[in-house]
Design a protein around this ligand. Structure first.
Ligand code: DLL
Length: 432
């Protein structure tokens, strides 16, 4: 158990003071050691001394994934390469990957924030953690590993895949904590069912889900399948990996590790900073990272922030679950649609499985949205009339959620692709 009460329950004013001091330090270091920041700050006419209070952060330029890509591979490092003890990269699915470098001190901080987060889920040194995140350039495997070991829990570094083996080990080793992406979690639960392993055969106390979007409705589904509370883990390669924000037992937002990461919410069109409770794009600044300080990174993740003291006792600000990414948003006949809205609507239905895919086409210059969803096995063999009724009902739910008519196709159980990491939910066939 890693419970840093002094920080996690710090009075608001004290925390702000600490953040300001750390912000001033990191801005100075970034300016003096990373040519990218020197150039951007000079262009904006800002000097590190101009940061006199926390709001002055708004004077600093925003950093995007493209800026990091332009510095590929090691151009954002603020220390000589020999001080970097580990590197990770983003997956690179949308272009050149971005590289993240960590010093020994950074790894210590990563371990601590992740350990504090796992502690929120109730992890202690008595637990056995099955870590299904990939160990490699992806930050998921190592981030969770460092946090778990910092607590002193027993880690099963099984990594991704070998689904049947995962279940066997979960049962034989008595895994108490499972860490998995929501989509792989669903797949694991499905295979467990096939293997005759029921909810009662597992010894799980909690399951930590992260690395991709999931809805509150999906949480209910997963909790039911695993017979254990499901907690949210947030992070991204560019800032650190998992450990930036995690959920406490209240399951009502993720506490941001504010002593190390400074969150802001901006309107992604006007770039204006939004207030408490307003929804927009999350922007993060690393306050303590040495190897690669990141100032005002546009995450593209959509959320809002809520300050105040949580009933768990923590004063760390809470971030709502991520409802989508600015680049996930589909424009369908001019209407903004997020996959999370569709997931939410789907999971209100009985008789279907939580496996779905969204297909966008433009047959006659007009966008069409098709949602393919699996029916549950008992239903598929039932009457066509009933299936038509379900299809209509789902279309109605989705219409209510997004204000658009969509075409729902019910497919046979177990026919949509299963994910072992981050699920691909949207297939956009329009040539835009
Ligand atoms: O996914 C880090 C991570 C690993 C987080 C394991 C949690 C657990 P990237 O591959 O760089 O890093 O992807 C980061 O994934 O900007 C979000 O869009 C999305 N994401 C991560 N966690 C969540 C979450 C890891 N809890 C990108 N809810 C982020 C929704 C998430 N989206």
């Amino acid at each position: 158990m890693i419970w840093n009460e002094e920080i996690e329950c710090m009075a608001h004013d004290e925390l702000k003071k600490l953040q300001l001091k750390r912000l001033q330090d990191v801005v100075k270091r970034a300016y003096e050691t990373v040519p990218y920041y020197k150039k951007r700050f000079d262009e904006a006419g800002i000097k590190p001394e101009d940061i006199k209070n926390l709001d002055d952060i708004q004077k600093l330029p925003l950093t995007t994934k493209d800026d990091l890509r332009a510095a590929y591979p090691f151009g954002m490092f603020a220390v000589p390469r020999r001080e970097i003890v580990e590197v990770h990269t983003s997956s690179g699915t949308t272009g050149k990957p971005t590289v993240s470098g960590y010093t020994k001190e950074d790894i210590k901080i990563w371990s601590e924030v992740m350990a504090r987060g796992l502690t929120m889920f109730g992890v202690t040194e008595d637990d056995i953690i099955q870590n299904t995140h990939g160990y490699g350039l992806f930050t998921g495997g190592f981030g969770v590993h460092y946090g778990a070991q910092y607590i002193g829990a027993t880690v099963i570094p099984i990594s991704t895949g070998q689904t049947r083996r995962q279940i066997e080990i979960m049962k034989d080793f008595g895994t108490t904590i499972l860490i998995v992406t929501p989509s792989y979690g669903l797949y694991l639960a499905e295979v467990a069912g096939e293997e005759g392993v029921g909810r009662g055969d597992l010894n799980l106390h909690s399951v930590g889900f992260g690395a991709e979007m999931w809805t509150e409705e999906m949480r209910q589904e997963l909790q039911n399948r695993f017979n254990a509370p499901a907690y949210n883990i947030y992070g991204l390669t560019e800032i650190m990996g998992p450990g930036i924000a995690l959920e406490c037992p209240e399951q009502d937002g993720l506490h941001v590790m504010e002593d190390h990461f400074y969150p802001e919410i901006i309107d992604s069109e006007s770039m204006e900073v939004l207030g408490n409770g307003e929804t927009g794009e999350l922007v993060l600044t690393t306050l303590t990272r040495h190897g690669m300080p990141i100032i005002r990174f546009r995450t593209k993740d959509i959320t809002s922030l809520k300050s105040g003291t949580c009933s768990c006792g923590r004063t760390l600000i809470k971030m709502e679950r991520i409802t989508g990414r600015t680049d996930d948003m589909l424009k369908i006949r001019g209407v903004a649609v997020f996959p999370s809205q569709i997931e939410k609507a789907l999971l209100k239905m009985d008789g279907i499985e939580p496996h779905y895919q969204i297909i966008v086409t433009r047959p006659q210059h007009l966008d069409e949205l098709e949602v393919q969803v699996e029916t549950s096995p008992h239903l598929f063999s039932d009457e066509v009339k009933e299936l038509v009724g379900i299809k209509k009902k789902i279309e109605h739910f989705i219409h209510n959620e997004i204000g658009l008519r969509v075409n729902v196709t019910l497919v046979e159980p177990k026919t949509l692709p299963r994910s072992e990491g981050k699920a691909v939910r949207v297939i956009d066939k329009r040539e835009l």
